[in-house]
Design a protein around this ligand. Structure first.
Ligand SMILES: [Ca+2]
Length: 480
């Protein structure tokens, strides 16, 4: 259908619409006048085809009255309403979308909340576990403290008991000492009363000095026990029962182990140290004016070093009950027990002004010392008379009473006693009658010993006459 057709239709409609309007006005006039109108006729309207976007209500029934007819205004209203509803729908859809996002977020938040809850639960369980563990630790600590307290109380009790035993032992040792003295006196009286014609020399008086505190060693072994285990002791070792004097002179042997300096000879150990030999050990010495070298042990660590060892006791491995020649030449092992020799000591001492240090060690490993400000020996023609300076130390002065005395051995009696002190004291020494110390006596294991004579390695001012030292060293050094 072309545009001319649509134009024709519009014109026809306009014409018919004008006629109908005129007729309708005339009909209303007729109706107002109460007259019957002209004959009814029907009209056909051709309207342009329209694009319907919304719902259309159509009725197939009888034609609606005018007031019920759909007009353009109604359609526009409907369209406006529809568009409004559409906008509202869009709005609602957007709201729905937003709500959907919120729902997702809520879901995520709920999931996160669940995770947090499980984490909180886990932490709570851990906390409970920690609390229980700490409570257990507290209990354990309390138990440990209790045990420590018990152990401390036990230690205190044992300490008190030990002190008590120590005091009782000191008393007993003093009693033993006194009884030994008493027994000796009784024996002497017995001999006098009943007349003994064997012409045995009277023993020397026993040392009366018994300090209040005798060094205590646990377990304390007596010389009796020592004899029971005699096979464990060196053959040379002195013992009361089988002790015989030794006449041979032991050569001073080079030790198999230990320090040994091949340099030298030096005048003394201080000379060796000043020559750069600061290591304690064995050195070759040759005092000035002496025609023969000797081996000696140099102590370079004690008291600034430079000390020449002239005598050493430590384990009873060497017999010190020897004759004059042996004491003159020296004997023993330089790295163990030995006597450097009176002639060597004399040669060392005449080089200058020397001092003497006596180091004593008891059976509790305690060390004490006695130092003398000067020391030298007179020549053999004077039987190596001892010349000492003043005492200083913590062992007590038991050697000054021997100052000015000559040396006595079993075969050369130079002491002030009627008999020979070397016979009773089982050694060689600058005996008086017989004296306050006997460092070349018999090495007794355990400290306190019991014997008819005081022949142990005693230092009367430290331990009394019946306490034998575990270790002794005598050393000399030029005065600074
Ligand atoms: Ca004598």
């Amino acid at each position: 259908m072309g545009p001319s057709f649509w134009s024709l239709c519009v014109l026809l409609c306009a014409w018919t619409w004008g006629k109908s309007m005129g007729l309708s006005r005339r009909r209303r006039a007729w109706e107002e006048k109460g007259e019957d109108g002209p004959k009814k006729c029907s009209y056909t309207f051709l309207v342009p085809e329209q694009k319907i976007t919304g719902p259309i209500c159509a009725s197939r029934g009888p034609s609606l009255p005018d007031k019920d007819r759909v007009t353009r205004m109604d359609i526009a209203d409907v369209r406006e309403l529809m568009s409004k509803q559409r906008r509202e729908i869009d709005t609602l859809r957007m709201v729905v979308d937003v709500d959907g996002n919120m729902v997702n977020e809520m879901k995520l938040l709920r999931k996160e909340s669940r995770n947090m809850n499980s984490r909180v639960t886990q932490l709570y369980m851990q906390l409970l576990h920690e609390i229980i563990r700490k409570r257990d630790n507290s209990l354990e600590l309390a138990q440990l403290e209790g045990r420590i307290l018990n152990a401390t109380a036990e230690a205190l009790r044992l300490s008190a008991r030990y002190k008590d035993l120590e005091a009782r032992f000191s008393n007993l040792a003093a009693v033993v000492n006194n009884q030994s003295i008493l027994i000796s006196a009784l024996e002497e009286r017995c001999l006098q009363v009943y007349g003994n014609h064997r012409q045995e020399p009277l023993p020397p008086p026993l040392v009366q000095v018994v300090p209040e505190n005798i060094p205590v060693h646990v377990p304390r072994l007596s010389n009796e026990i020592q004899r029971v285990h005699g096979r464990a002791l060196p053959r040379e070792r002195g013992s009361r029962s089988g002790l015989e004097p030794t006449e041979s002179t032991l050569e001073l042997k080079r030790p198999q182990t230990g320090n040994f300096s091949s340099e030298g000879p030096f005048h003394d150990c201080l000379h060796a140290m000043q020559a750069g030999h600061a290591t304690t050990g064995m050195y070759l010495l040759k005092p000035e004016g002496s025609d023969r070298p000797m081996q000696a042990w140099c102590e370079q660590d004690v008291d600034n070093g430079g000390w020449t060892i002239i005598q050493r006791r430590k384990d009873g491995s060497v017999n010190f009950f020897r004759n004059w020649e042996s004491y003159k030449q020296g004997f023993g092992n330089i790295d163990g027990e030995h006597w450097l020799g009176l002639e060597n000591i004399y040669n060392l001492g005449k080089q200058g002004d020397y001092k003497l240090l006596v180091e004593l060690q008891d059976w509790m490993e305690k060390k004490v010392y006695a130092a003398y400000s000067s020391f030298h020996l007179e020549p053999e023609s004077e039987a190596y008379r001892l010349r000492l300076g003043t005492y200083q130390g913590n062992a007590g002065d038991s050697l000054t009473s021997h100052n000015g005395k000559q040396f006595t051995t079993l075969d050369r009696d130079k002491d002030a006693f009627t008999g020979n002190c070397a016979h009773f004291y089982k050694g060689g020494w600058w005996y008086n009658a017989c004296g306050q110390t006997n460092l070349n006596g018999v090495w007794y294991s355990g400290g306190v010993y019991r014997n008819k004579f005081q022949d142990g390695i005693f230092w009367a001012d430290y331990g009394g006459g019946f306490y034998s030292m575990k270790a002794v060293r005598m050393m000399i050094r030029p005065i600074d």
